[in-house]
Design a binder for this molecule. Structure first.
Ligand code: SD4
Length: 351
């Protein structure tokens, strides 16, 4: 029972939290983005500009944040030349497998993982949320559900860009799927020789590459929602699922507090419940940027020096419309759209 004593305790803690938060806020360079009372959408990386425009079609007409975050990331999923959706890099056996999740202001959530041949995993995730008693469907079951809901089964074919990078990767890593004759099945064992570098944290031509879009938004009613969709780590092991479709890892929304999404090396986001951590830090009074920074520092603490070789970025929005992001490495950027602004922001970084 929530008695008076507990109420007093919780008020003391929330006042303490707010005091801490104000202090953190005062030192927070990202704290200037205050857009209280008006809709706002933010999303990861430069593909976020187009995605935000898609979301704004809904938010700008006072639509619901949930509809906006679905429509927004669908723009990225549909763009064959980008790094999300069926045009993206395949797994190490040459198949594109997609992960996505969505969450609304009532803590309703839906998710799909290891989904093949479906163009809009985010919409399948939403159907899981709205039409099933479950939160998450994976693999062939997710695909069957999608087809039963009327989603077309697309051709299994790599985009030109993905084909090129896969062929390069095969050459460099000398990966050869091995046939296990005894069971006449593909041997899924990791080959001893050269599994090759995974891709989400790869450092190419002077920048950290990425293959995910995470989006969080607040609508005119002040309600929050979020979405996250990805092809996951390029050249991952077959069946690998990252943080992006996992509620609390790649995405978390708490309508009382704020919402956060993550990008980068999913394994390291999962092990510290990344976006849930960011939202809980905001609950304690940290600004979005400070909360993202704290969460990054937690990864650094866990990984030690190994953190130098990976990228993880967090992006957050609180209930007051303040936004912020932070990453392990330089180069993490995010797109912002509101009534008054449309721009890219370079997030701060630990290194
Ligand atoms: C994953 N977090 O599958 C995703 C990958 C990503 O930018 O965000 N890449 O681990």
């Amino acid at each position: 029972m929530f008695n008076r004593r507990k109420f007093l305790q919780s008020s003391v803690f929330s006042s303490l939290g707010l005091a801490l938060g104000r202090k953190a806020w005062a030192n927070d360079p990202g704290a200037g983005h205050l857009v209280t009372g008006s809709p706002i959408v933010i999303s990861t990386w430069d593909a976020g500009i187009a995605a935000n425009k898609g979301a704004w079609e809904i938010l700008g007409r006072n639509g619901r944040a949930l509809d906006a975050v679905e429509a927004g990331v669908m723009v990225t999923e549909a763009s064959q030349n980008c790094c999300v959706g069926l045009g993206a890099n395949p797994d190490r056996d040459g198949f594109v497998t997609l992960d996505a999740c969505i969450m609304d202001e009532f803590a309703n959530c839906g998710s799909v993982a290891f989904l093949e041949r479906i163009k809009h995993p985010i919409s399948v995730a939403r159907r899981v949320m709205e039409k099933t008693p479950h939160v998450m469907l994976v693999g062939i079951g997710a695909q069957q559900f999608a087809v039963s809901e009327g989603f077309p089964l697309e051709e299994q074919k790599l985009s030109d860009g993905a084909k090129n990078s896969y062929e390069n990767w095969l050459r460099k890593s000398e990966y050869k799927p091995v046939i296990n004759i005894e069971n006449s099945k593909m041997n899924t064992e990791t080959p001893k020789s050269g599994p090759g570098p995974f891709a989400p944290s790869r450092f190419d031509n002077g920048e950290w590459n990425h293959d995910t879009i995470g989006m969080v938004a607040m609508d005119a009613m002040g309600n929050l929602s979020g979405s996250c969709t990805t092809s996951g780590m390029g050249f991952k092991m077959r069946g690998r699922v990252g943080d992006s479709p996992i509620i609390g890892a790649g995405l978390f929304v708490d309508n009382e507090v704020g919402a956060a999404t993550a990008t980068g090396q999913g394994e390291d986001v999962i092990r510290m419940c990344g976006t849930h951590t960011v939202v809980e830090l905001m609950r304690q009074g940290y600004s979005p940027e400070q909360a993202c920074k704290r969460a990054v520092e937690r990864i650094i603490k866990i990984k030690g020096d190994k953190a130098k070789a990976i990228q993880v970025g967090f992006l957050a929005l609180n209930k007051r419309g303040e936004i912020g992001g932070y990453a392990i490495q330089k180069g993490f950027s995010y797109a912002v759209k509101s009534d008054t602004q449309e721009k890219m922001v370079q997030a701060g970084s630990f290194y």
